[in-house]
Ligand binder design. Sequence first.
Ligand code: SF4
Length: 220
Amino acid sequence: MTTPADKSAEKALKKYRRLGGEDLVAQLRALGYDAVYVPTREKALEEILARVPAGAKVGAGGSLTLGQIGALEALRERGHEVLSPLGADPSSEEKTAMRRRALTADVFLTGVNAVTADGEIVNLDGTGNRVAATCFGPGRVIYVLGINKLTGDLEEALSRVRNFAAPANAMRLGLDTPCADTGFCHDCDSEGRICNRLVIHLRAGRGEHSVIVVGEELGL
Ligand code: SF4
């Protein structure tokens, strides 16, 4: 049942998200990104498709956000070769080979673990294929993030990544790590540790870097 209170809360939240998202986009543009704010995942998919040229080979890191948007399926339907380890046997050589090939794709799609209000994009990887591709790989990189990834400063972003995103993803993936039991980081030595490569993007730099900010909660 949706009450009038629910409706007024939703209306206020929508405006709050839009204002925060638009401020972030302005900041990202000042840092050299092709950034855009969209209110919904459906609009996000349109923006992604508009940025992938016909015939382009697309690489992607494992991303719940991209899965929720249905981006990889839509690209495959449009005839693109999509190189993503998602769906492959986690221990297989095929998965490693796919990750290597994704580094030389034309376009790389990725989610984001956190972004600061100043536009610093923070990603933490276990293997490192995702952050490697965003630092120097495909000529065009497209980051896609829900508004829930927006934090205040870098300290808050790093705390979000270590004490929320990583434990929540460890739970989602069924990993045997202490954070999956407690919900916070123990800086563990587990075999399944997913926190090995931390990258903070300060600016877009060389290449074409797009950021699509979505006014919905997406990913973890
Ligand atoms: S370092 Fe270990 S305990 Fe900490 S978040 Fe990563 S996997 Fe979890």
